[in-house]
Design a protein around this ligand. Structure first.
Ligand code: SF4
Length: 64
């Protein structure tokens, strides 16, 4: 499973970073930056939570 981001949608709200700082960060413009592109185990669950709470629907998970 891979995390994909849509920078055109990201509004820099930072909910993903606040929820899962081990997986997400923000760049100098406040846009999401993925630290762990292919999360495993507990991180996979955390990534699913972040996708769910993103207010801009800028995150998605792709099964590989
Ligand atoms: S991906 Fe979503 S939650 Fe994360 S910074 Fe962008 S808008 Fe906010």
């Amino acid at each position: 499973m891979k995390i994909e981001t849509d920078h055109d949608r990201c509004i820099g709200a930072g909910q993903c970073v606040l929820t899962e700082p081990r997986i997400f960060d923000q760049d100098d413009d406040g846009l999401v930056r993925v630290l762990t592109e292919r999360p495993r185990g507990a991180d996979e669950t955390a990534a699913r939570t972040a996708v769910f709470i993103c207010p801009a629907k800028a995150l998605s998970l792709v099964e590989e």
